[in-house]
Design a protein around this ligand. Structure first.
Ligand code: FES
Length: 108
C-alpha cells in the first residue's frame, strides 16, 4: 500500500435528534464522504489520497467537518459540491481552499 500524500477525514458522527451539539449526520455527511470516495475512485487517486470516515472532529457547529493531514487543515460546512475544489486545489494543488476553512478560534 502506497503512503498517501494527503489523508482526508470526513466526520460522519451521528447523535440523537435534539442533541445540543448537533451532528454532521444532520448535514448530509454521507454525501460528502461518498463524493470524496467517488472522485478518488473515478480519478484513480488511490496512491495519492486516502479518505477515512471518522467520528466527531470537534467543531460540530461547523459541520460537515473535514480534516486534511499532513497540514492539519480543518474545513467546515462542507457540502458534496465543495469536494472537487478541495481535491483540485488542496489535495493535488497544495493550496488549501480558504473559503471553506473553519475560523482560527476552532484550533485555539
Ligand atoms: S459531529 Fe462532526 S465535528 Fe462533531
Amino acid at each position: 500500500m502506497a503512503k498517501p500524500l494527503k489523508h482526508v477525514f470526513v466526520c460522519v458522527q451521528r447523535r440523537p435528534e435534539g442533541h445540543p451539539r448537533g451532528a454532521c449526520s444532520q448535514r448530509a455527511c454521507d454525501e460528502v464522504l461518498n463524493a470524496f470516495l467517488g472522485e478518488v475512485q473515478q480519478r484513480k487517486l488511490f496512491d495519492k489520497i486516502a479518505v477515512t470516515n471518522t467520528g466527531c472532529l470537534g467543531p460540530c457547529g461547523f459541520g460537515v467537518s473535514v480534516l486534511v493531514y499532513p497540514e492539519g487543515v480543518m474545513y467546515g460546512r462542507v457540502t458534496a459540491n465543495d469536494v472537487t475544489a478541495i481535491i483540485d486545489e488542496h489535495l493535488l494543488g497544495n493550496n488549501p481552499v480558504e473559503r471553506l476553512r473553519v475560523p482560527p478560534f476552532v484550533w485555539s
